[in-house]
Design a protein around this ligand. Structure first.
Ligand code: NAD
Length: 447
């Protein structure tokens, strides 16, 4: 049953930006050799022929290359943004004009428009979805469970216009979804644990060729890029407080140290805290670190990691930003409550005055690498989106036999992506000799 066909073809800022988006997407493509190989195979084999895919991803040049790959595989696509500030308007225009993708995304869109765009991606009537933070799949599940009060108002309004049958057809048409990021995977695993997951998920983030490289090296470099682009500060000689020493935090901490900063790490888990200490970083509580930092970056996937008591202990001129998936890592409502003044002092830089001291919040607390810079370099997204493309192929072929759980791609696929990436970098590695294979498979060989 077709759920709804009367959707606008796109909602982007300006189609005249398409040439620039095309040029920049081609520039990224040069650094995406693994995805290019997959695209060439997909163009021959057409594994997504007939698939209607709704994707909720950051609309960047790298995503444009993923979309082109999925189009080559035969998919029809609707794309909305996974963050109100991460859209590159020229790329959105290019995807509409040159790839026939129904894009609903405008950089800086307000809450209403952001969720209205998610509603349009759902109204596309997908049989497969791709998510970055589980906003799309989360909404589908609220519809499935009839928890309409938990939907954002623009989505709710649209759903209320659907009949019961249309709502259930919308959900049951979806044979599976992929999820890009840590925060989304955590949410989906919670749904699986509660037994409410309606279809199988492939957790792209769980592939080693995703989190070990994208989260660490991609977020590490692009987070600092966003901070520097929005403020032009010198990192050398400053004290940078990194909250969370997971994959992303490790990347930011090591890159900040490389740029000459003194780095303090905060954690809630003893293991990564110990690892940070042994990696040579100072480890403190946020309460202790608050008066010391010149720059604060949160990368925890958690809520209210920096709260009013921390903001009020910060020094004059402290800069605060977030690179975790949602802006809830900073208690910005709490900051607004204790601030006596607030004003924009520069593009993407808002100054709050607390106890006579100025605190600068970057990019409304949204992921700073996408709000103020271009997100991860294409070279690292090459592997993440190779995983996305292969996960879509897996769902197209095998979703009928997959359980309604959170799956990862087979280890062999992960290894193949790493092998292709090494090959593209001109790097060879040794192969096991027959003797070594025997040795590693035995238990009785001594010294
Ligand atoms: N900016 C980007 O482009 C980008 C890219 C990938 C992932 N992400 C997001 O970044 C976040 C972190 O991802 P990750 O892969 O590093 O996750 P992770 O699970 O590897 O690490 C998170 C770390 O934060 C710690 N933590 C949790 N609560 C904390 C608190 N209150 N104070 C201090 N530390 C705390 C955890 O113990 C853990 O070590 C997620 O929201 C993820 O979705 C962003």
């Amino acid at each position: 049953m077709s759920v709804q066909t009367e959707v606008a073809k796109h909602d982007v800022k300006n189609l005249e930006l398409a040439d620039e988006g095309k040029r920049r997407t081609e520039w990224s493509e040069r650094s995406m050799p693994v995805l290019r190989q997959i695209r060439a195979r997909f163009a021959k084999e057409r594994p997504l022929e007939g698939v209607k895919l709704s994707a909720c991803l950051h609309v960047t040049t790298e995503t444009a290359n993923l979309m082109a790959t999925l189009r080559a595989a035969g998919a029809e696509i609707a794309l909305c943004a996974s963050n109100p500030l991460s859209t590159q308007d020229d790329v959105a225009a290019h995807l509409v004009r040159d790839h026939g993708v129904h894009v609903y995304a405008i950089k800086g869109e307000d809450h209403e428009t952001y969720y209205g765009h998610i509603a349009q991606a759902l109204a596309f009537g997908p049989d497969m979805t791709q998510d970055d933070g589980a906003d799309l799949v989360g909404a589908l599940h609220m519809i499935a469970l009839n928890r309409l009060d938990d939907l954002a108002p623009p989505i709710r309004k649209w759903v209320e216009g659907l009949s019961k049958q249309e709502r259930s057809a919308l959900v049951s048409a979806v044979r599976g979804s992929t999820e890009e990021t840590t925060t989304g995977v955590i949410r989906l695993k919670a749904m699986a644990k509660e037994g409410v997951l309606q279809f199988p998920i492939v957790a792209v983030n769980d592939s080693n060729t995703k989190h070990m490289f994208d989260n660490r090296y991609g977020t590490g470099q692009s987070t600092l890029d966003g901070i520097v682009r929005s403020t032009n500060i010198l990192l050398a000689g400053s004290t940078v407080v990194v909250a969370g020493y997971g994959w992303c935090g490790r990347g930011v901490a090591s890159r900040a140290r490389g740029a000459g900063a003194h780095v303090i790490v905060t954690e809630i888990d003893p293991l990564p805290a110990l690892e940070a200490r042994m990696d040579g970083f100072e480890v403190r509580t946020m309460a202790d670190a608050a008066p010391l930092g010149d720059l604060f970056v949160t990368l925890t996937g958690n809520i209210h990691v920096i709260r009013p008591e921390h903001f009020s202990a910060m020094k004059d001129g402290a800069i605060v930003c977030n690179s975790g998936h949602f802006n809830v890592e900073l208690d910005l409502d709490g900051l607004a409550r204790i601030a006596t003044e607030r004003r924009m002092v520069r593009n993407l830089v808002e100054e709050f005055v607390v106890k006579g001291r100025r605190i600068m919040v970057l990019g409304e607390g949204r992921l700073i690498n996408l709000a103020a810079a271009e997100g991860h370099p294409a070279s690292v997204m090459d592997m993440s989106f190779a995983n996305q493309a292969l996960a879509a192929e897996l769902l197209a072929k095998e979703s009928a036999t997959m359980t309604k759980a959170v799956h990862r791609l087979p280890v062999a696929v992960d290894q193949e992506i790493a092998r292709l990436k090494l090959q593209s970098m001109g790097i060879s590695i040794d192969a096991l000799t027959p003797e070594q294979v025997g040795y590693l498979g035995s238990w009785d060989a001594g010294t």
